[in-house]
Ligand binder design. Structure first.
Ligand code: UT7
Length: 325
C-alpha cells in the first residue's frame, strides 16, 4: 500500500558559546562537581548571553537543518517551535523565527509540552506533512531554560542549560512498511494531576510574571522510567517494530541515570544510547534534536537507520516516537 511519510531530510543544532561548568556553579550555590556528576552525569551546560533570545537560538539551529537538507528558507511552509521559554508571551516564537529566516507566508505556531515538546511537535508536524498540507516543515526545539532558574535552589539550577535543535520534515512516498523512511509511530501522554512535581510558579494569567522552575526531582525521577518505558513500548507497537531493531535511542537528556534506566527496562543495549547530558545538561525541548544533530554530525546516525526518541517533562507530559532516517 502506497502511503506518504514525513521524512527527516536535515538536522541541525546550536549551542550558545558560553559554557558554565559545575565548578562555576559551586562558587555561588552549595553543590559540588562530584555530586552533580554522580547524581546526574552533567559536567557542564551552555548559557545564552543576555542579548540572545530563544528565537536567535532557534534561527541558528533551523538554518543549519535547512542547509543539511539542501533547502532554503524560501521553501519553508510550516514552522513549529517547541519551547517553554518563548521570546514573548505572544506572538509565537515560530512567527519570529519565520521573520528572521525570511520564510514566506505559511503556517507557524508554538507547542508547549515542556521537555516533551519536540516529540509532541514532530507528531503534530506529521499530520501536516503526511496529509499534504506542508512540503517543507521545520520542527524546532529551542530553550533558554537558564532564564527560569532560581539560582539559590541547588536542586534545580545545576540541571538545566540553553540550546536549540531542528529538523526539516518533507513528504516522501512509502510502501506502508517498516522499511519506509519517515515517522512510523508515536505515543503521546499527559497527566495533569502531577502538575506540582514540575512547574514554573508564574505566568501571564496568574502572577503576571515569568516565574521560576520548581521541581520535586526525586518524585519526577520515580515516574520517569516507568512512564517513558510504557510510551516507548506503545510507540514501537504502533510502528510495528521490535525495540531490538532500533539502531539509535535518542532520549530527552535530563539525567544519565534515567537514560540508562529506560534503556535497561525496555531491553535496549546501552551502546545504542545517544547521550549528550554531560555536555549539554537538560535543555528541555531542545535536548532531543540537539542529541540527534550530534549523532548525525559525528557519523554514528546514518540514513536508513531506525531511531527511537522519547521525552518526559512538566505537566506531566511524556511520549515516544519511532522514525527511520
Ligand atoms: O526534564 C524534566 C524531567 N526532569 C527530570 O527527569 C529530573 C529527574 N530527577 C533527577 O534527575 C534527580 O531527582 C535529581 C538529580 C534532581 C536529584 O537527585 P536525587 O538523587 O533524586 O536527590 P534528592 O532530590 O533525593 O536529594 C538528595 C540529597 C538532598 O539532601 P538531604 O536532604 O538528603 O540532606 C538534597 O538536598 O541531595 C541534596 N542535593 C544536592 N546536593 C548537592 C540536591 N541537589 C543537590 C546539589 N548538590 N545540586
Amino acid at each position: 500500500m502506497s502511503v506518504v511519510r514525513s521524512v527527516v531530510t536535515g538536522v541541525g543544532g546550536y549551542l550558545p558559546p558560553n559554557i558554565v561548568t559545575n565548578d562555576d556553579l559551586a562558587k555561588f550555590v552549595d553543590t559540588s562537581d562530584a555530586w552533580i556528576v554522580e547524581r546526574t552525569g552533567i559536567r557542564q551546560r551552555h548559557q545564552a548571553s543576555p542579548d540572545q533570545a530563544v528565537s536567535d537560538l532557534a534561527f541558528e539551529a533551523a538554518s543549519r537543518a535547512l542547509e543539511a537538507a539542501g533547502r532554503t528558507a524560501a521553501e519553508v511552509d510550516l514552522i513549529i517551535v517547541a519551547t517553554t521559554t518563548p521570546d514573548l508571551t505572544f506572538p509565537a516564537t515560530a512567527t519570529i523565527v519565520q521573520r528572521k529566516l525570511g520564510a514566506p507566508i505559511g503556517i507557524a505556531f508554538d507547542i508547549q509540552a515542556v521537555c516533551s515538546g519536540f516529540v509532541y511537535a514532530l507528531s503534530v508536524a506529521d499530520g501536516f506533512v503526511a496529509r499534504g498540507h506542508a512540503k517543507c516543515a521545520l520542527v524546532i526545539g529551542a530553550e533558554t531554560m537558564t532564564r527560569l532558574m532560581d539560582w539559590t535552589d541547588r536542586g534545580t539550577c545545576v540541571l538545566f542549560g540553553d540550546g536549540a535543535g531542528a529538523v526539516v520534515l518533507e513528504p516522501r512516498a512509502g510502501e506502508g512498511t517498516t522499511a519506509d523512511r519517515g515517522l512510523l509511530g508515536f505515543a503521546l501522554r499527559a497527566d495533569g494531576t502531577k502538575k506540582d512535581l514540575l512547574y514554573v510558579d508564574g505566568g501571564p494569567s496568574t502572577t503576571g510574571t515569568v516565574g521560576k522552575l520548581r521541581m520535586q526531582g526525586n518524585q519526577v525521577f520515580k515516574h520517569a522510567v516507568i512512564n517513558i518505558s510504557e510510551a516507548i513500548e506503545a510507540a514501537a507497537k504502533g510502528a510495528g517494530i521490535a525495540i531490538a531493531d532500533v539502531d539509535w535511542f535518542i532520549p530527552h537528556q535530563a539525567n544519565q541515570r534515567i537514560l540508562q534506566g529506560v534503556a535497561n527496562r525496555v531491553g535496549l543495549d546501552e551502546a545504542k544510547v545517544i547521550s549528550t547530558v554531560a555536555l549539554h545538561a537538560n535543555t528541555s525541548a531542545a535536548s532531543i534534536p540537539l542529541a540527534f544533530a550530534q549523532g548525525v554530525a559525528d557519523g554514528r546516525i546514518k540514513p536508513g537507520q531506525l531511531l527511537l526518541l522519547e521525552a518526559m517533562g512538566g505537566g506531566l507530559t511524556w511520549g515516544a516516537c519511532v522514525l527511520r532516517l
